[in-house]
Ligand binder design. Structure first.
Ligand code: GAR
Length: 196
């Protein structure tokens, strides 16, 4: 059974989708939800699901990213995960941390990568006049949002869409895609998945 730690910064809806999927014959189980934001909504949701939680507030470390990541690593060492899932974790990780976890760390990103790495993805897709948007699950490498894509889900961009209405259409697809990719990944299958 693979042990999964989920890193969050916010409401944690992807974390809940992942955690709720890891039951029955699923090859993985959640062992920790780790937040860098005190009071992140996802922390209470994890507690309600009975998953251990930890907080490493990046603000305690100022600009010292290595010290922040050492504190993250210390929390992870306590639970010995096999896989890390970034789920709305909004800190950029350094090459040292990423290379330690490379091949064992996934992220969900709200665009059809390689389009729109970084922030404000939905606004940028609308601004560009794209016909569709979506989300991608990828392996995390030192290149921001640049690792191998393991799955994508697409939605249409509709006339009159705003970043908010588009995000509301993409998020339910994230909740389908990420658990489906994690299940395959935990079983050793890296073949890209395409939804719907
Ligand atoms: C999700 O839309 C996720 O794709 C995005 O943050 C949101 C987190 O929502 N991630 C990024 O933008 C990463 N750069 P959640 O906390 O409800 O899962």
């Amino acid at each position: 059974m693979k042990r999964v730690a989920i890193l969050i910064s916010g409401s944690g809806s992807n974390m809940v989708a992942l955690a709720e999927s890891m039951v029955g014959d699923h090859p993985a189980r959640p062992v920790l939800v780790l937040s860098n934001v005190p009071g992140a909504g996802g922390l209470a949701k994890a507690e309600a699901l009975g998953i251990p939680t930890a907080l490493v507030d990046h603000k305690r470390f100022g600009k010292d990213r290595a010290a922040f990541e050492a504190a993250l690593q210390a929390e992870l060492d306590k639970v010995q995960p096999d896989i890390l899932c970034l789920a709305g974790f909004m800190r950029v990780l350094t090459e040292g941390f990423v290379s330690f976890w490379e091949g064992r760390m996934l992220n969900i990103h709200p665009s059809l990568l390689p389009k729109y790495r970084g922030l404000n993805t939905h606004a940028r897709a609308i601004e560009a006049g794209d016909a569709e948007a979506g989300c991608s699950v990828h392996e995390v490498t030192a290149e921001l949002d640049g690792g191998p894509v393991l799955g994508q889900a697409r939605v249409p961009i509709l006339q009159g869409d705003t970043a908010d209405t588009l995000a509301a259409r993409v998020l339910p697809m994230e909740h389908r895609l990420y658990p489906a990719v994690l299940r395959r990944y935990a079983a050793g299958d890296r073949t890209p998945l395409h939804l719907p």
